[in-house]
Design a protein around this ligand. Sequence first.
Ligand code: IVH
Length: 712
Amino acid sequence: MPPHGVKPRVTVGGPLYDDRVTIDEARQRHAELSVQLTEHRRRYYLDDAPTVSDGEFDALMRELLAIEAGHPELVSQDSPSQQVGGYPAATFAEVVHRRPLLSLDNAFSREEFLRWAERASGLAGLDIGASGLLCEVKIDGLALDLVYEDGRLVTAATRGDGAVGEDVTANVRTIASIPHQLRGEVPTLVEVRGEVFMPADAFALLNDGLVAAGKSPFANPRNSAAGSLRQKDPRVTASRKLAFLCHGLGEVSGGDPIRRQSEGYDLMSQWGLPVSAHSQVVDSVEGAWSYIQRFADARHSLEHDIDGVVVKVDDRALQERLGRTSRAPRWAIAYKYPPEEVTTVLLDIRVNVGRTGRVTPYAVMEPVLVAGSTVEMATLHNASEVVRKGVMIGDTVILRKAGDVIPEVLGPVVEMRDGSQRHFVMPTHCPNCGTRLRPEKEADADIRCPNQRSCPAQLRERLFHLASRAALDIETLGWQAADALLSAGLLVDEGDLFDLDADKLSSSSFFTTRSGSLSANGRKLLDNLELAKTRPFAKFLVALSIRHIGKGIAPEVAAAFGSIDALQAATYDDLSAVPGIGPTLAASIVEWFEVDWHRAIVAKWRAAGASMADEAHGERGAIPQTLTGVSVVVTGSLPGFTREGAAAAITDRGGKVASSVSARTDFVVVGEAPGSKYARAVQLQRPILDADGFDALLHQGPEAARAVARRE
Ligand code: IVH
């Protein structure tokens, strides 16, 4: 084993350190970083209550390492760069590890990973890839050292500072997956290393319970695992559903030699110890890189959180040859994925009133870069969610943005509170129109502004929706124009929209030139409105903001009834009899027409010249037979259609729905998650339609559909 000498670590990554800074500046920054890193480490390992995210800690550490690479004289034995990990706590008895528990060096990019592999190959004098690399997921938990003597668990200790850990044997005995007695032929002494973690479902359950008991929830599974393991009362640990997976061996005596670490895992598994199902040996550095990429995509679908992948030289003799630095082995590297959790300050909690009047609190935060984009707002869903998360205005909060997922405030860093934080109080009255807010139904978590007709926030959202391409496609009626119409008092509700004229628009500076005449924008809005009146009935159905009518189902409803008058006259039973219209939608349509001002909108629009009827439509229910003789196969799910609904839409128009693709199939409609029919369609080169193509087929006929069909 190499000596424990203090050596500057080679830094990896970009130019974090600028050579032009003087030694004094470097020394000063090094000292600042050392203090910060030591404090963060103490909070993480000793208090189980970190105040910065792992990503932020890593960034500080990288800056320190960059300075040390430029100024090796600053590397001292007590520099944070030379420390392995945590601290033994005073509460638990100390355990001196038989062999030190090391940390891992990190790589944050492909270049850094390849540099590690190249360096290790150079030191070993062979291609470490070809010698076999053991790839494992890096579980985001805490390290544990288990000592088994003659197969019996005698000690369980945390990592502590790597040399001395805390004795948590009593607590560890309550973890179901850790055997008290190993099975089969076991060495006289074996030190098993691994990670304690809290599975995602147990974490969610624990936090729900904590909130119900009026306590602060844990911000993430790692903190909850650490907090649960380091309890004074083992019964508390027992209630926490911790799990364990092995990731290494320490001292082993009195058994057959273990040549490869992967062999070690097989043995551990035979002895009854839990090992990860995701570990894999590859025979090249590129193979390890593929593994890293694979788990970047899969990282959220595992039973536990992972913050990266660990790649290890599998051959144990080669591990010995490569040795270690003071804190980490040279034969392994942790590839860390970009941080998805950061901390930021919650500046305020405000509320937003949506199109249906739902009042949603949202977080306004100090802008922060997370998973590749800057985030400054995140929804908090409803008042009980704010309570559940336990956040206060002014808190430092943990923000998570996993991949492409919408940013989410996970919870507060309670330790950072200084007394200036205040609780959020849900408003009792609408911030936009002053109406008293109330839940729609009793025990509803959401509260709403009941002034649906003219609450400016709701009306603006409805106008914006009505102008969208899925509805009346009024290009000039964007967010700002909608706001301008409302502040000029030109609309009581959307019923007044088609009554707008040059005179009315001239009262808003948004639609006038400096000289007071109608601007080009204003003229365009009036033109757009004229055109909008002629849109098909289905588009008007979307425009009316009837709950549950979206662009998927609107053509179905329009085709079945043909006009707004016929729809208004329809009873619940008439509506439910239409394929594709379920009970919720039927009830929603009936309820919508029961409201006076809703019917008034229809009347005003009609009076202004919007027919809201499809000419081609004859008798009510008599749908034009545009698909006579056309054979269609549908595979996968289509937005707005059930399987039966899609089939009915075809047969209602005289088309034939076939169950398998043949040379005689006219169209294959392919939705989400299609089945083998899709492959068959490609094989037989049949015209393929996506959801939009299907829309064209139903509403514009086979010719139009042929024009947009693909052959793959
Ligand atoms: S090997 C000498 N393998 O990550 C090598 N560690 O950041 C020691 N960890 O201290 C560790 N999953 O607590 C190894 N598959 C894995 C791991 C893993 C999680 C933890 C471990 C280690 C820390 C380093």
